[in-house]
Design a protein. Structure first.
Length: 126
């Protein structure tokens, strides 16, 4: 439980770091504009420097989250599935006899065998 709160604290500060990076860049640019008399040029330039620093902070946090997730999966003996090592999901399987109909089998009136009537419209126009 303590580990969960530690993760919330370290990743929750990414937003604060983003805002502070952008604002610091903007304020440095405005200060330089006042000193050098280059009104919007330095503000815009340093604003984009702040955006770059914010992007770098997000990228760093993302890489750190990936590393923590990989470490936890290794420690728990639950490795991430590799390409081709997994069973196909329901939406990846070959279509069955009732696939492609607009209505679910429970909504279909009829004899209860799960098949729609012939007059039910199909949603995959051929």
């Amino acid at each position: 439980m303590k580990q969960d709160w530690k993760a919330v604290g370290s990743y929750g500060t990414v937003g604060l770091e983003m805002v502070l990076s952008i604002l610091l860049g903007l304020f440095i640019g405005r200060w330089l504009d006042g000193k050098l008399g280059t009104e919007p040029v330095m503000s815009v330039l340093w604003f984009f420097f702040g955006l770059g620093a914010a992007g770098k902070a997000v990228h760093r946090a993302w890489k750190e989250m990936q590393a923590v997730a990989a470490r936890e999966e290794r420690e728990e003996g639950n490795p991430a599935p590799r390409f081709g090592d997994r069973e196909p999901r329901q939406d990846e399987r070959s279509p069955g006899p009732n696939d492609g109909y607009r209505t679910a089998p429970s909504d279909v009136p009829g004899d209860g065998d799960g098949r729609p009537r012939a007059d039910v419209e199909r949603h995959d126009e051929r």
